[in-house]
Design a protein. Structure first.
Length: 292
């Protein structure tokens, strides 16, 4: 499992202002901490950054590389910012992300080929979020075909089916899960990646980790290759690297529809089983699902 740290992002209350004021200390401290936490990549998310992205991204790449040797995922919709950032990357980077927007796609694919970067192919279509797993497949075929035409090999394409919040349409949460099980057949050799924390967006802070971790185990079972995650979730790392076999096993049993005697489980295992039921749409989501 490949973990990409999400923490350097413009939405963060410390990092947002630091990016704006070009204050490198808090950003470098976080980059160092993420690196020491044991992740494999750092995501640098500057948001759309339409006006200043072209100077902000190369600045950010430079200061992060002063304190970390990890490869970087450049996260912005500003194409010029991506190009300027790629110029500075010492290691092959990831473009996060390229979707099926015809206006930007062409230039982004050219940048990817030019810098021999990887690309996250985000399955966001011209009509927005795909309706189901099949539409995700259609977008994948389309995107991979266009990338291949530019000379980008499948091993450099990381498909992101788009994780959506559990507080929204449950069928989308299911479709993303379903799609991952289909990817190897429709795009052999492509990798997969998700923004895991999206699933718990909008839920109370103390409930986010259990949702993230449960969905993570579900997606891992579908062959997930990489995830953009909170670098400081120790439990998630334990799961990613095979150190929580009891939890993984009980999640699989719940996924298989086995009727499990909750009283026979530890509190931790029980919370995972309850979360599977909510994430698979067997039980209606509300903020009190763990108490049921
Ligand atoms: N796919 C791809 N890239 C992505 C996403 C994706 N990049 C952005 C996002 N989704 C993944 N990154 C984050 C970063 C932070 C949070 C969620 C996803 C987050 N942060 C907390 C919050 O907003 O409450 C804490 C903010 C803080 O650091 O203070 O939830 O899906 N390809």
């Amino acid at each position: 499992m490949i973990l990409i740290a999400e923490n350097i992002n413009v939405m963060s209350q410390t990092i947002g202002p630091a990016l704006k004021e070009r204050k490198k200390e808090p950003i470098q401290a976080l980059a160092k901490a993420e690196t020491e936490a044991g992740v494999q990549w750092l995501d640098l998310n500057i948001g759309p950054s339409k006006k200043f992205g072209h100077e902000l991204m190369p600045w950010l790449v430079d200061i992060v590389q002063e304190v970390s040797d990890l490869p970087l995922s450049l996260d912005t919709t500003n194409v010029v910012a991506i190009g300027e950032g790629l110029k500075r990357c010492k290691k092959p980077a990831l473009i996060n992300s390229i979707s099926l927007q015809p206006d930007r796609m062409e230039q982004e694919l050219d940048l990817c080929a030019k810098y021999k970067a990887g690309m996250i192919g985000l399955l966001w279509g011209v009509d927005g979020l795909p309706r189901d797993a099949n539409e995700r497949c259609m977008h994948t075929v389309d995107l991979v075909y266009k990338a291949n035409e530019k000379g980008i090999a499948n091993e450099n394409i990381w498909i992101d089916p788009i994780v959506t919040p559990i507080s929204g349409e449950i069928n989308q949460v299911i479709a993303c899960y379903e799609f991952l099980g289909m990817l190897a057949d429709i795009a052999p050799g492509c990798k997969s990646v998700v923004g895991l924390s999206n699933v718990s967006n909008g839920t109370p802070d103390h409930l986010r980790p259990i949702l993230n971790r449960t969905y993570f185990i579900m997606l891992m079972r579908q062959g997930l290759y990489a995830a953009i995650v909170d670098a400081f979730d120790k439990e998630m790392q334990a799961i990613a690297f095979g150190k929580k076999p009891n939890v993984v096993t009980v999640v699989h049993r719940a996924m298989d529809g086995e009727s499990i005697d909750l009283a026979s489980l530890t509190k931790e295992e029980r919370d995972y089983v309850k979360s599977v039921r909510v994430l698979m749409g067997q039980q209606l989501f509300s903020n009190s699902w763990l108490e049921a």
